[in-house]
Design a binder for this molecule. Structure first.
Ligand code: SAH
Length: 257
């Protein structure tokens, strides 16, 4: 296995996609936290139109659908995730009102003012927090809600090792007050923001990967790209346990103003 840790951006998408197809969640989160974020949203009915952007295989979407009325469209770039999403919806008997579609968050297949709620857990970084909030706002009805979770700094300053890691992975990472202010400037009332607890990373994100890593390495024995990807994910888990006081995921909930 290589001693050097690469940036996640250097891996082929196919191999990342295969790795993450084997776990329920492709980012930190939990059913409890999805429900908590939903508790701030009060405009939903059976007629509501909801989009889950960067839905992955739909771990959080199924929780959302079980606790909110309305129709949900999950959008993700990867067809393989969307296939798994749609079979997940079927296994929960939600296929009547939950549908996955391949699509790009930079060019979403919705009409202006069509949506009551935009949901996006651990995915808005792909377009950038501010750009996502501004562009997606047009798709919301007046008074519609947005709920996104995002990797966030908890403090103004932090040790160099973790700062360098995030500058490589996501230089757009910012602090909680800056994100709240950006949300307000993008035309939302900042309704709530809260930190995700540690178990969203450990129990629900890193631990399920341990089993997957073993099988993945067996299947790809001798493949350096696969070995490096596993090394990379292990390194990310170690960094989290070392520096979790300084960063984590935060949910931001806003109401279109
Ligand atoms: N919401 C899921 C997945 C988060 S991982 C969860 O919390 O478990 C981020 C997801 O964004 C991945 O599934 C990735 O395929 C998707 N993604 C990345 N770029 C995208 C884009 N431009 N448009 C749509 N989805 C994208």
């Amino acid at each position: 296995m290589s001693d050097e840790i690469r940036s996640i951006h250097e891996f082929e998408l196919n191999i990342i996609c295969e790795y993450f197809s084997n776990v329920k969640r492709q980012g930190p989160g939990s059913p409890e936290i999805t429900r908590k974020a939903l508790s701030f949203i009060d405009n939903l009915t059976d007629e509501s139109q909801i989009a889950d952007i960067g839905c992955g295989t739909g771990g959080q979407t199924m929780v959302l659908a079980q606790h909110a009325p309305g129709r949900i469209t999950g959008i993700d770039l990867f067809p393989r995730f969307i296939d798994l999403f749609n079979s997940n919806a079927k296994s929960f008997n939600l296929q009547g009102r939950v549908r996955g579609m391949v699509g790009n968050m930079e060019n979403l297949p919705f009409q202006p003012g069509e949506l009551d709620l935009i949901w996006s857990e651990g995915a808005i970084y792909n377009i950038g927090f501010e750009r996502g909030l501004r562009e997606w706002r047009k798709l919301l009805k007046p008074g519609g809600y947005i709920a996104v979770s995002e990797a966030t700094w908890f403090t103004e300053e932090r040790p160099a090792e973790i700062d360098e890691f995030w500058m490589r992975e996501y230089p757009g990472i910012d602090t909680v007050p800056n994100r709240v202010s950006q949300m307000q400037k993008a035309g939302y009332i900042p309704v709530a923001s809260f930190m995700l607890p540690e178990n969203c990373w450990t129990k629900h994100f890193f631990e399920p990967q341990v089993m997957v890593q073993e099988n993945f390495l067996k299947k790809h024995a001798g493949d350096k790209m696969a070995e490096d990807l596993v090394a990379n994910m292990k390194h990310e888990a170690e960094l989290y346990s070392k520096y979790k006081e300084y960063y984590g995921y935060v949910f931001f909930i806003g109401k279109k103003f």
